[in-house]
Design a protein around this ligand. Structure first.
Ligand code: GTP
Ligand code: MG
Length: 370
């Protein structure tokens, strides 16, 4: 192309018209949004605004850096399901996972309350399944929402002696919003006060009608204490996941979600990542929101070292320059320098967004009225 409209240039660069008009003015070119400018001018403006010009095409750094190409069907391979365990506080989510993976996390928790998302991959009947344990305490709504957004199936844990409580309802809503199937586990069936019929009755009020009552919701009575019913629950989880035919392409650079991140005094930022597509390798440069870094070391939930993590694998990594935001997407990228550039751009945009006064008429508004 040897010319381009200012408005199109703006949308190509994912900038506002006002920003582009301003930048043009700074370079001595007075042009409105609808005006056509020559490509050489556009290229100067583009470089100045943090884009790349290649073979006469203007691309944002983000487009150049991050591979968002759709996978071809033949490149896809089956991947492990990611299952989120949700429910009201103390209904037995962590105990259930402890039983499944033969561990004892509950006893190490302060006051027996889960305060972060645990991520584990476990062999279930010979195939791997990734579980996310979420907190049930009311303070952790964002974690529950995040947990539901990145998973394939939800196990809703309801204590048989307590019934549906506020965070049970909240969990149902998160799972529905994320459009993932809900399997109900009625827990604490070993207790003499367990009343599963009452819970099934309550479930119907939230459009979760048990299969045995003619509905579509799988309901499994279990006890995380004795292990009763857990085998059946796992069968149901695997079956439900199989029906979704979950696939990913392990042979590309990794992309996924930051589940959690914190700053460790000795080791620096530590992030728990869930790889959703591709394979993450030790040494990879990754960008997550405004954080960038290199994967210096990777471990699984048991602290075992990994050099690679494929789709659906949760890992803890060290090597980020700063603590990434929980819930951010991460991407492994090929060019560290460009990744740093993109991060600077993102920080700049955040600062601008935070400081730009709302309600003021922008240049863009003015131009669109002409
Ligand atoms: P938060 O993560 O804080 O929301 O709690 P949680 O849902 O993970 O519950 P947790 O597994 O910590 O269990 C809470 C309490 O219930 C603990 O004292 C467990 O020992 C007990 N508990 C869990 N499952 C069972 C069960 O099946 N039967 C009985 N009797 N007690 C259980
Ligand atoms: Mg817990």
């Amino acid at each position: 192309p040897d010319e381009i409209a200012v408005g199109e240039l703006a949308s190509r660069m994912k900038k506002t018209g006002a920003e582009v008009v301003k930048c043009l003015m700074k370079n001595g070119v007075m042009a409105s949004l609808s005006e056509i400018i020559d490509f050489d001018t556009a290229a100067i403006i583009a470089e100045e605004m943090g884009c790349k010009v290649e073979k006469e095409v203007i691309v944002t750094i983000e487009e150049k850096l991050i591979d968002t190409a759709e996978d071809k069907a033949e490149d896809l391979e089956p991947r492990a399901p990611v299952v989120v365990v949700m429910g009201h506080v103390d209904h037995g989510k962590t105990s259930l996972l402890d039983y499944i993976r033969n561990a004892n996390v509950v006893s190490g928790e302060a006051g027996g309350i889960t305060q972060h998302i645990g991520a584990y991959q476990v062999e279930v009947k010979g195939s791997p399944v990734t579980f996310l344990d979420t907190p049930g305490h009311e303070a952790f709504t964002a974690m529950r929402a995040r947990g539901a957004m990145i998973t394939d199936v939800a196990i809703l844990v309801v204590a048989a002696d307590d019934g549906i409580m506020p965070q049970t309802v909240e969990s149902i809503n998160h799972a529905k919003a994320a459009e993932i199937p809900i399997i109900v586990a009625i827990n604490k069936m070993d207790k003499p006060t367990a009343n599963p019929d009452r819970i099934m009755q309550q479930l119907t009020e939230y459009e979760l009608v048990p299969e045995e009552w003619g509905g579509e919701t799988i309901v499994c009575p279990i006890s995380a204490k004795t292990g009763m019913g857990i085998d059946n629950l796992l069968d149901m989880v695997v079956l439900t996941a199989e029906m979704r035919e979950l696939k990913a392409n392990p042979n590309r650079s990794a992309h996924g979600a930051v589940i959690e991140a914190r700053l460790d005094k000795g080791r620096g930022p530590i992030a728990t990542l869930l790889v959703q597509n591709g394979t993450l390798k030790q040494g990879d440069v990754i960008i997550a929101g405004t954080a960038v870094g290199r994967v210096r070391a990777m471990t699984d939930a048991k602290g075992r070292k990994l050099t690679e993590a494929g789709p659906s694998v949760p890992v803890e990594i060290i090597g980020m320059g700063e603590v990434p935001g929980a819930g951010d997407d991460f991407h492994a990228v090929a060019d560290e320098r460009m990744a740093r550039e993109l991060v600077e751009q993102r920080k700049h945009e955040q600062k601008n967004a935070a400081s730009s006064p709302v309600g003021k008429v922008s240049l863009e508004d003015l131009f669109s009225q002409i």
